[in-house]
Design a protein. Sequence first.
Length: 201
Amino acid sequence: MHDLDKTPKRARATSEEKLINAAADLLGKVGPRAMSVRAIADRAGVNHGLVHHYFEGKEGLLRAAMTRLVHEHAEFAKKQSGGSPVPAPLALANDQRYLRAVVRSVLDGEMELAQMELTAGVSVPRGVLRHVVNARQLQSADAETKAIVTIGMAMEMGWAALEPFLFAVAEVIDDDEKERVRQYARGFRKTFAERNLHELM
């Protein structure tokens, strides 16, 4: 009897996992507004009624999917930076699933989803901000600190989201040149962070 009790739980966990992964993929591909419950269920290979049964609807599933993405992103950023609170330059370009989900959520006006990393307590930029505030022994971040962290975040997200367009506009064509431009951009971002964040501290 004990083994029979585990089977439905295992099936539920498998179905939930499939739905969360499918929703996470679709967040970046079509965005939260254009995503339908049926499309998520079809991609997951499960009955669409399970979305309502397990997550109480599309919104609950999207929150679960974005929560998964932000936790995966926080681990990725920590690994890429070698444990530093300041992310490695241009590393976000290698985490497209998370980036696209955030960008599409912002474009769709779904700020609660886009800001899920704050709700989950794993925001990489917020971690940088806290690090600088603590290093400067401030009670809270001043406008200059907030501006520098925000500019660094904009550079990182802009590059990660727009690299093919940026290369086309700047006529960066062959792979060797692309890598040289990336190296320069990494150095620029690193210098910006080091100069500005260290001056603040």
